[in-house]
Ligand binder design. Structure first.
Ligand code: ADP
Ligand code: MG
Length: 681
């Protein structure tokens, strides 16, 4: 049903919804909240804590004043409740004067900070007394928005969408629903938006997680059952050239790298199609394994491709591959780089070489699987940081009906016992050892009061010739979210370190610009790189020894661990500074986990423990999700349950042809067509 059938949604609002990927009523009902707000119990004005969002109930004392401040106007007033008083401030919001009245009492909700020794609440929301008390304790869905679309509009539209198109009926047999104590599907799909309380939200979240896992696993199995144990059209032989490369490396392979490469070799020479996952923590040295496999394919007379999620990483891998291989005469590798930002002529040249087979190692981004790319005899496809690639992409690479060998490299920690369910029939190799020569990274968890020390520390490292990353959660200033941003931080650091070149990197920059910055950082010309988490994925600059993460409390521990993995890659001692914008006991304890452990999997588990199974209120970490609502660590009980059920069904009727599976079959068909490119492998 079309969105415009919802009362109040016209073509303009429809267009905004489309921007968020919502095309009809059905997809709107599955546009889950990012997190939930709670109208908390108010705290006494005198006890107002700084840092987190709180509510106070107070009476407006004195006048409501307007001050100029630069080219802005500030509206300000003072409130009190007998326990103390507090200044409230709004920027550029003159209308506030007609919303609140002197002598009247309201609820105010916002973040308090201390300025010039006095407590101030910035931009508080204002509620009439009855309005607030009615909502107190309820969970309010907060959606991802786009400019021009308010949370209120989305909330109303979601409610209306449920009325209009209803929800589908339960597709699982009743005894299954009961066996796993699941909430009914219909109920869950509404409650995830509008839970009555935390328990409701918890149970709805579990049910949605179950469905997401279940469809994912079934789809995966159905797609894969077609290609299991299939003889390969690209049989290979063991070759000497890989040994030449190993000998020429500036280091010795670790035992784990050696073992995993032998596993790859055994797969490629087995006569069957390889489907292997290499799982290894950041810095465990996965890239060289990909290079060895590419050399092996090339020396067997085929082409191999390495696909990565970002331009920056593609270029870096390409350059590294070239520099590692060009000095070895015996190697007949002819690498080529293919990314979206190549100039037309370069692109034409690259495509030509790929088509004729002149290039036998192709390194690049998604550009590798576009229609215009015709391969000569693509025998091996490797994807780095696998979560961005999907089944369909693999299909796209299946040339002339010949399926290439597949190698997937990932640092995403998955609970080990669940790996099999999660990755289906992939064989898994673990790179569970770090290069020995590395000094462990020194970590510190600090707050703003330590900033001056941090700057002195950065200076010391810079003077020693090293480089520094500074990561911020936001690109630019945002009035709603109080967090450090790349643009302002870059300006400040330029002032603080006039003698060192400072540059920024973020996702809204053009690919060419990003390449230029990253190349020049890798070359040591840029000394301080201020960035968002775009650098999280895979880049390798061994001379960078400091990673400073602003507002570390805003990132998930897994992300922080990945970020930290950007340093500690060379011989020098490296450091990671987790700067917390606000420090509470809870935040401190969470961040200290990183201090104590350097094992990605342990960290993910600990994060889960600290958040507790009942916590569904955190903002979901974007970008790293295969699932819209489910979290494989938090919801591992559901992952296990879904895996069990899928196994039973696949045993019974692998193609779901039976009458009793009709509804399920239809659902899976829709799931597969909806999730183009998001289902991994
Ligand atoms: P990741 O597993 O995170 O992809 P990389 O492959 O980027 O890790 O390797 C991290 C760094 O370690 C690189 O600078 C790489 O050259 C280096 N490296 C890889 N293997 C070894 C080894 N066996 N000994 C020493 N350094 C190594
Ligand atoms: Mg890597």
């Amino acid at each position: 049903m079309k969105l415009t059938e919802i009362p109040g949604v016209g073509p303009k609002t429809e267009a905004l919804f489309m921007k968020l990927g919502i095309n009809d009523c059905e997809s709107l009902t599955r546009y889950y909240p990012l997190h939930y707000d709670i109208y908390n119990e108010p705290v006494p004005v005198g006890d107002a804590l700084t840092g987190s969002k709180i509510t106070v109930k107070g009476t407006v004392k004195g006048g409501i004043n307007v001050f100029p401040a630069g080219n802005k106007k500030i509206v300000s007033c003072e409130i009190s409740d007998g326990s103390g008083s507090l200044r409230l401030v709004w920027y550029n919001a003159l209308f506030i004067r007609s919303v609140i009245k002197k002598g009247c009492t309201y609820y105010f909700r916002g973040i308090v900070s201390v300025r010039r020794g006095a407590k101030v609440m910035d931009h508080p929301e204002i509620f009439q007394i009855d309005q607030y008390e009615k909502n107190q304790g309820a969970l309010i869905p907060i959606y991802g928005l786009t400019k021009g679309l308010s949370n209120n509009t989305v909330t109303k539209a979601v409610r209306a969408a449920f009325k209009l198109c209803g929800t589908s009926d339960e597709y699982l047999p009743e005894q299954i629903v009961r066996h796993y104590a699941l909430m009914d599907e219909k109920e869950a799909s509404e409650k995830i938006h509008f839970p009555a309380d935390r328990d409701d939200l918890f149970r709805a979240g579990k049910r949605i997680a179950f469905d997401e896992f279940f469809f994912f696993i079934l789809a995966l199995r159905m797609l894969k059952s077609e290609e299991k144990d299939v003889p390969s059209d690209f049989p290979m032989k063991v070759c000497w050239e890989t040994e030449d490369l190993i000998d020429a490396l500036p280091y010795r392979l670790t035992g784990a790298q050696e073992r995993v490469f032998r596993e790859i070799e055994a797969d490629l020479t087995s006569g069957k199609i390889m489907s292997r996952l290499i799982q290894g923590d950041v810095g465990s040295g996965k890239t060289v394994l990909a290079f060895l496999a590419l050399v092996m394919a090339a020396h067997n007379g085929y082409q191999g491709a390495l696909m990565v999620p970002t331009e920056v990483l593609a270029r870096q891998h390409y350059e590294k591959f070239v520099s590692l291989t060009e000095s070895i005469q015996e190697l007949a590798v002819r690498p080529v780089l293919l990314t979206g930002s190549l100039k037309a002529a370069e692109r034409r040249k690259a495509l030509g070489e790929i088509r004729t087979g002149e290039a036998n190692v192709v390194i690049g981004t998604h550009a590798l699987i576009q229609d215009a790319v015709g391969y000569h005899d693509l025998a091996l496809v490797i994807t780095d940081e696998q979560h961005r690639f999907g089944v369909y992409q693999r299909r796209a690479l299946t040339e002339k009906g010949r399926t290439p060998h597949m190698l997937v490299m990932s640092a995403t920690p998955i609970p080990r016992t669940l790996g099999v369910i999660y990755y289906g029939d992939l064989d898994i190799s673990l790179v569970d050892e770090r290069p020995a020569a590395r000094l462990p990274i020194k970590n510190c968890v600090v707050d703003e009061s330590w900033r001056a020390n941090a700057m002195r520390f950065l200076e010391k490292e810079l003077l020693a010739g090293h480089q520094v990353y500074v990561v911020c959660p936001m690109i630019e200033e945002n009035e709603e979210i109080h967090a450090e941003n790349v643009i302002d931080r870059t300006k400040e650091l330029k002032k603080i370190f006039p003698d060192f070149s400072v540059a920024m990197l973020h996702g809204r920059m053009k690919p060419e610009e990003k390449n230029r910055i990253m190349t020049s950082f890798a070359a040591g010309e840029i000394r301080i790189l201020v960035s968002t988490t775009v650098i999280e994925v895979g880049v390798d600059v061994p001379n960078a020894t400091v990673m400073m993460i602003e507002n570390a409390e805003r990132f998930g521990l897994a992300t922080l661990h990945q970020l930290r993995g950007r340093v500690g890659r060379g011989d020098a001692q490296s450091y990671c500074i987790f700067m917390a914008g606000q420090m509470t006991e809870e935040i401190g304890e969470r961040l200290l986990v990183l201090n104590r452990s350097n094992d990605g999997f342990r960290i993910a588990e600990k994060d889960f423990e600290l958040r507790g199974p009942g916590d569904l209120l955190g903002i979901r970490q974007s970008g790293e999700a295969y699932f819209k609502a489910a979290d494989p660590v938090r919801d591992r009980d559901m992952l296990k349950a879904a895996g069990e059920l899928a196994a039973v069904i696949m045993q019974d009727d692998p193609m779901l042809t039976g009458e009793e599976y009709a509804v399920l079959r239809e659902k899976i068909r829709k799931y597969i067509s909806d999730s183009q490119g998001q289902v991994i492998l």
